[in-house]
Design a protein around this ligand. Structure first.
Ligand code: ZN
Length: 251
């Protein structure tokens, strides 16, 4: 693998950097992510990924604040005087184990975490977009920060082939095939958790049946939905100055 990127690859990498920053700022605006939490992208076709620096603001993240790392954690590129987020091992260990995954979110949203700390609580799939997690949302029992490769690998073991894992008393991890899909996954995962919690006030939440999930999944275009939501949220974010106007063409 070459150490320097060709021009065409460099354009792609720049676009991917803006996508990480845009997705992070939009998640922050949506309160799915806040002062902590991070989005990464695997550089297409490589064993490298990009993720933000530890002190960079999620509300104002810029491409200059991103690091490029190997899956073993070697820093290939990034700003001086700082370092990548300590929990980058969440991302690198998923990319090692799951070649189909190209974008990862780790965040600490309030409602999904409740399902890891309330005795007997179960995060059921109660809305149609929850089909994405129909094969389960495991709870990883370790409450510590995942700041070593070993802790990351243990989390991946808990996750198995699922597309989400809850970290007990800590947060969530979502894994998607690309960043626009990660945006919709972040929104729908949080929405499903809120729906499940609020439904409890009215009665026992009724999970989506296998048949209902089959019907929804069969008729649903995930790429089209990803483009639609990305356009809606990024346009709104530019209008609200969450994203800079100069990113309009890139997002
Ligand atoms: Zn965390």
């Amino acid at each position: 693998m070459p150490d320097t990127l060709s021009n065409s690859e460099a354009i792609t990498v720049e676009q991917q950097k803006i996508a990480i920053c845009a997705c992070t700022r939009m998640f922050n605006d949506l309160k799915i992510l806040d002062h902590s939490g991070h989005v990464s992208i695997r550089i297409p076709g490589t064993d490298r990924f990009m993720i933000q620096g530890v002190h960079a603001s999620r509300a104002q993240l810029t491409p200059e604040e991103l690091f490029t790392l190997t899956l073993d954690g070697e820093i290939l590129d990034g700003p001086a005087g700082t370092k990548p987020v300590s929990e980058f091992h969440i991302h690198s260990e998923i990319y090692k184990a799951r070649p189909e995954i190209n974008s990862v979110l780790h965040a600490h949203p309030k409602v999904p975490i409740l399902f890891t700390i309330a005795k007997g609580a179960e995060l059921k799939i109660v809305v149609n977009h929850g089909y994405r997690w129909r094969n389960g949302v495991p709870v990883h029992p370790d409450t510590a920060h995942i700041d070593t490769p070993e802790l990351g690998a243990a989390m991946v073991d808990s996750m198995g082939d699922c597309n989400a894992v809850l970290l007990r008393a800590h947060g969530i991890v979502l894994a998607s095939e690309e960043v626009k899909s990660l945006l919709i996954d972040g929104i729908h995962f949080d929405r499903n958790a809120q729906a499940c919690l609020e439904a409890h006030r009215l009665g026992e939440p009724i999970p989506m049946s296998e048949e209902e999930l089959d019907i929804f999944e069969k008729r649903f275009s995930r790429p089209r939905h990803g483009v639609k939501l990305w356009h809606y949220y990024s346009t709104r974010a530019i209008e609200n100055s969450v994203l800079p106007e100069e990113w309009r063409d890139a997002v």
